[in-house]
Write a new protein. Structure first.
Length: 121
């Protein structure tokens, strides 16, 4: 996103925002692109810059790629969402997800919730 009217500004690494303290400005940051140095590089070659791209990737990626990033020992998706996007709630939901489809649903639900928060809901 290049800052055109109606687009969400680029974000940087920030502190984790608790759901109950989430402000509209935090929701905007969470929905925006992260800077290049914080992009998520998938095993299958995809490069993710925001939650929407993460949702799409999780829906489309093969089991091998999902397992490379998410196992009992680690969860790169969860870590990226917590450490870069700054969403502790979604991070926890992703840590519990056992399939790419399940993780994609968690991301989609969170995006919808964040957009609702922006709309004043």
């Amino acid at each position: 996103m290049d800052g055109a009217a109606g687009e969400v500004p680029e974000i940087g690494v920030r502190e984790v925002t608790k759901m109950e303290k989430l402000t509209k400005s935090a929701a905007i940051r969470m929905l925006g692109d992260v800077p290049g140095e914080n992009w998520f590089w998938c095993y299958d070659g995809r490069v993710l810059k925001n939650l929407q791209e993460l949702e799409t990737a999780l829906k489309e990626m093969g089991e091998e790629t999902f397992r490379y990033h998410a196992s009992e020992a680690k969860n790169d998706f969860s870590n990226w969402v917590k450490d870069v996007i700054g969403d502790e709630k979604l991070s926890g939901d992703l840590r519990k997800s056992t399939t790419g489809a399940q993780a994609a649903k968690k991301v989609a639900d969170r995006i919808a919730w964040l957009k609702k928060k922006l709309a004043g809901g």
